[in-house]
Design a protein around this ligand. Sequence first.
Ligand code: FMN
Length: 365
Amino acid sequence: MPGRNLLRAGIRAPVARRASYHGCMTTSATHLRALLADRNVVLGPMAGITESPFRAICKRMGAGLTFTGMVSATGLHFNPDSRVSRALLTFAPEETPCGVQLFGADPAVMAEEAARIVERYGDDVALIDINMGCPVTKVVAKGEGSALMREPALAARIVSRVVSAVSVPVSVKFRSGWDAGSVNAVEFARAMEAAGAAALTVHGRTRDQFYHGRADRDVIAGVKAAVEVPVIGSGDVFSADDALGMLERTGVDAVMVARGAQGNPWIFAQARALIDAGERIAPPSAFERIDVALEHAAALVAFAGEERFARMRKHVGWYIAGVPGATHVRARVNEVSSYGGLVALLAEYRAWLESRSAEEATLGR
Ligand SMILES: Cc1cc2nc3c(=O)[nH]c(=O)nc-3n(C[C@H](O)[C@H](O)[C@H](O)COP(=O)(O)O)c2cc1C
């Protein structure tokens, strides 16, 4: 089974620990600031989406940093070698170093698992990011994710324990607050910085909003103004203009792209060109979209095994969104269960698109 072998191959031998950053918060923050300085458009963590194959594509297209989806510290603690844990922590050489995001509410378990990850994966790990923003009910019910925004003292203990335990920078990702009546991102940011966080990511929505409404750029700007460590702004970056707008409006050190990268890794090159040179890159053609969808599918099958092909379907739907005929093809993708099936379907789609453009050319459109 190719997937299993690759997963096994992806797990590297333990490496020697580097000197701890504990007590060197400034060094750690400086390190991250330098890392983000010329790579300030990053791929946000998305559980079930930002797996190794997709991270590698985004990195190649210009993402300055990528993150794993959130990994449960408790899950790792009790099931360190489960298939899920191993898949979440598999890295390809072309996408590292990568940010590893952990969630949990027990400071000791978080510190232990963070240390284990850094020991095991060494230089593949750019930083440990602590999730304090996940809004999902079953996560917050255990006091994890965004529930920690209501427990700043516990959140600070988690950060300081993790910082003491690892040799890489530790960052924290959180929201604007729990709900509209308790927006506390600025105080929370100060507390996380004081606890030793080397960088902060703020998603400008409350837990109550989940992904609805507009992300609040003022809260993000407020956090940036309140702390010394680098700040990454997250929320509603769906185009190069949005990325530039986030940087200009909030003054953040880097912009995070999450949903805007789904089926659209080109957003990183487009944002880079606009931010660095004021240039606009043309959007990819339908054929480029199909090519990258197939590249992604091949990599995902090699990574996870053909039996897990179903999780490629949503990606294909995103890649072809807006292309003529996409609705029909998306319905057919839902019946495809192998890479070979996808190749055949997309070859048919490509031929249809070619004949359509030839026809349009003939008609002088
Ligand atoms: C499907 C999905 C999964 C996500 N998973 C995570 C996660 O594992 N950890 C995390 O910190 N944020 C997660 N997020 C939040 C994003 O990283 C990001 O902060 C949020 O979507 C706002 O940015 P956007 O408007 O660019 O999507 C997820 C978002 C989506 C849509």
